[in-house]
Design a protein around this ligand. Sequence first.
Ligand code: B1M
Length: 799
Amino acid sequence: MSFKDRVRKEVLVIDGAMGTLLQQRGLPPGWCPEEWNVSHPEVVKEIHKLYLNVGADIITTNTFGAIKAKLADYGMQDRVKEFNLAAVRLAQEVAHPVGAMVAGSVGPLGKFLQPLGPLTFDEVYRQFLEQCQALVEAGVDLIILETFGDIGEMRAALIAAADAGDVPVVASFTFDETGRTFTGTDPETAAVVVERLGASAVGVNCSVGPGQLEKVVQQLTQSTNLPVLVSPNAGMPEMVDGRTVFRETPAVMADYAGRFVEYGASILGGCCGTTPEHIGAIHQRVKGMTPKIRSNQFGLRVASRVKTVTIHPAGLPVAIGERLNPTGKKALQAEIKEGKTEITRRDALAQVEAGAEILDVNVGVAGVDQVAAMERAINALQVLVDAPLCIDSTDPEVIEQALKLYHGKAIINSVNGEEKSLKTILPLAKRYGAALIALTLDDQGIPPTASERLAVARKIVQRAEEMGIPREDIMVDCLVLTVSAQPEGVPETLKAISMVKQELGLTTSLGVSNVSFGLPNRPLINAAFFAMALAAGLDAAILNPQDQRMMETLRASAVLTGRDVRAEKYIAREQANTGTAVPTAASPKSAASPLEVLYQAVLSGDKDNIISYIDQALAQGLNAMELLDKALIPGIEEVGRRYGEGTYFLPQLMMAGETMTKSFERLRPELAKNPTKRVGTVVLATVKGDVHDIGKNIVSVMLANHGFEVIDLGKNVDNEEVIKAAREHRADLIGLSALMTTTMVHMPTVIKRVKELGLNCKVMVGGAAVTAQYAKEIGADGYAQDAVEAVRLAKELVG
Ligand code: B1M
């Protein structure tokens, strides 16, 4: 029986850790575990057997890192196929005779995709394709993409796995204690994205212990009808005598496994620290339990990397912001031509602030490379706002590039009933897991009657379903005609909305403002028509969310049509009488002061425009130190605060960090003066394991300005390297910076070495994690809270 059949009929047990068991059997630290598939096949096989003997139904191959990027660390990048083929063969030899299945394990690359990191979609896709093709060729029963923390990377891996062959794929993420992946994706969003990319099951593995995963498992099972895999670690790792220890007992793990099956999970196993004893106990607990088959109707769901928005016939109508469209907007057209994203960012934030839940993105300017323009827009927007994006283009190449880059589940605006459109757009929606707005027009144009438009909608849905796109991922646009030219068109549109909903059971959307072309006081006509369309059952509208009347109409109509149950949302809003959705960052107002603009630019990670903002501020007579102290540093501190409280996620932290680094590079020459008198030599470093260097760089420039020769060793600097540099340069002072509680522990080691070696050199410490009290405890000669204080202290210490 195949994996897909078995997982619906029985609760399956999947094996536990491989790496730790290999180490126990002599795998040297730092050696490539996958190489043992060829050099020590009997050891790998023995571990598989241990898991099969205790009842595993699925064993995973020893191929977690058998991919080019990871094998390159060992100089073995040319052995991808060899290691994967060997691993599958070993597993099959022991699994198939006892009726167990072999899952080809695929892990993440460990580097980010654009815009967070250097990798392109195509590069990442190619690497996953190479590994998955080898696994498929070797005959795996399924592939498991495991321990993924970044949804963008998971998308590329899933698309590659689907291209590699017709093998079921399990998409498994790691979630931390906050209940999100480290780049901020929540369980529902993870499920929504992978479901449409063809995953046969979704899961959570590694992460934390089973207790910390309970909520994640509940959310996953409630968010998808797919089978759910749960393979936690054997508790949280603890460091004991320099070794990582996992303490959760087999009995406790088994207990949780039983509970997870009750929530709806159907593939249970373990990850780091689990052993055959754990898996045996899980097997004993869950065997005989039956999987809960779920058949929830979720509606149309789209997602950014951190948020899912649902459009449901019974839910609240959704506003799709229309302002990121250059038609008739000269300034936006000029910006797109110049390759900038300033207005795009500002308008995106303003629309989200005004209540848009999804943003339509169109870069259609004549004579512009629209693929590149769309790329810029998507990259800027997907880490700026949490609203999912609607890709608005008629050019398949532009749509494809956007869908490759986007790390969530987008909507394509649009497909229509023309043969050419169906043939080009539907395959893109299928391949990249996107939802669709379906326009009810075809090769004959816009049909005049509602029933003809219904027929076009029916045809599009049928063609989409034939291609494997589920009908709930299609939202029908029944098209608005201009009332001044074709008054008979309005009732037909309204009728078509009702018919599409009743007869096809689909959600509907409209570009409402077309109705009022050519009339005075267009907002009035738009709002009245909008209310009528909502009464006919409209579920979403592409509109200007900054048009207050439209948003008020939407909210009031939701009450009147019973979609805002007990008027809860309406009342809450009226009571609060404030803005709407919490924006990811506030939009810089055009009249804002230069300092406010810079502050907001750091908050929104606007690395594309920060230099021009700084230039403008300097041109207005502000000095570099003022910009740092009054705008940039407060900005990055606010980012840190939001990250700490969980309203910002790693991508935003990274973008803000890059913006800050870019600012500093621009300001460095402004800050540097030419000191005359030499005061002393300082060796400066951010400590080992710590990559935060923004503050250290400021201290560095300030010390140089005040006559110190600064030997700046950079960030993540080994303790001994600091000592070596201090001796070599006969430093008067060592300056150590640390921003994390986990890295500041290197400071006492350096101080101890200075004392051991009897160096005639003082040690000054600083950085956000460090306090005066800590400095005293570890025996530092001084602590400085900021760069100005650091200069004063350094002068004092070198006498
Ligand atoms: Co990260 N980060 N970060 N981060 N980051 C912090 C430090 C954090 C407090 C955020 C939070 O949770 N609220 C948190 C640490 C928690 C803790 O340990 N207690 C954190 C975390 C968790 C992480 C990661 C683990 C996130 C992840 O991957 N999941 C990761 C760690 C990577 C690593 O180091 N191994 C990480 C990564 C990053 C980025 C790369 C994205 C980026 C850094 C980019 C870069 O530096 N090139 C980044 C950023 C930007 C921050 C925050 C938001 C800002 C740091 C900063 O630049 N501040 C930060 C939150 C915060 O500090 N509020 C945070 C502005 C700078 C001017 O201040 O460096 O303090 P500061 O320097 C001041 C003074 O302290 C003093 O003078 C400077 C000027 O006034 N000073 C000295 C500094 N060094 C001195 C030395 C001296 C004397 C004075 O004598 C030698």
